[in-house]
Design a protein around this ligand. Sequence first.
Ligand SMILES: C[C@@H](C(=O)O)C(=O)SCCNC(=O)CCNC(=O)[C@H](O)C(C)(C)COP(=O)(O)OP(=O)(O)OC[C@H]1O[C@@H](n2cnc3c(N)ncnc32)[C@H](O)[C@@H]1OP(=O)(O)O
Ligand SMILES: [Co+2]
Length: 133
Amino acid sequence: MLGPLNHVAIAVPDLAAATDRYAQLGAKVSPPQDLPEHGVTIVFVELPNTKIELLHPLGAASPIAGFLEKNPAGGIHHLCFEVADIGAAAETVRATGARILGDGTPKIGAHGKPVLFAHPKDFHGALVEFEES
Ligand SMILES: C[C@@H](C(=O)O)C(=O)SCCNC(=O)CCNC(=O)[C@H](O)C(C)(C)COP(=O)(O)OP(=O)(O)OC[C@H]1O[C@@H](n2cnc3c(N)ncnc32)[C@H](O)[C@@H]1OP(=O)(O)O
Ligand SMILES: [Co+2]
């Protein structure tokens, strides 16, 4: 079921500073993009084999606010794997006994594709995102 690693996300307290850090290393960085439905502003750092997603809270109910309170300097927030079929992937995850977050209805993610998340406690401490490829 698991396809390529689409991105590794890092929650950061200062999006401009984090973007500059990667730009200074010669990486191609995207402009910041507000995703109100996800409660985040993101910047993508493009690498030859995958991407880094820099995340900053957007709005009062951001799902990353609590994470940044616990990790004020920032930290690795999630991994995103591509899957061929998001509905089938959710069924496979549930069949292993792991929880899909929310009501199980995919949201449209940063790349315009359906995404779902699985609970970090069921993935050994790592929040996992699945994105339909
Ligand atoms: C745009 C899109 C895209 O790429 O397309 C995105 O990525 S949007 C990226 C932002 N969106 C999301 O993250 C959506 C899915 N995330 C969520 O629904 C939430 O963040 C949860 C994962 C449910 C956590 O929610 P919240 O922080 O309110 O819960 P909580 O503080 O009660 O956390 C419950 C337990 O999980 C741990 N925990 C929380 N976030 C974690 C993370 N990112 N990685 C590992 N562990 C984590 C907490 O430390 C706590 O453990 P202890 O109990 O041991 O203290
Ligand atoms: Co993501």
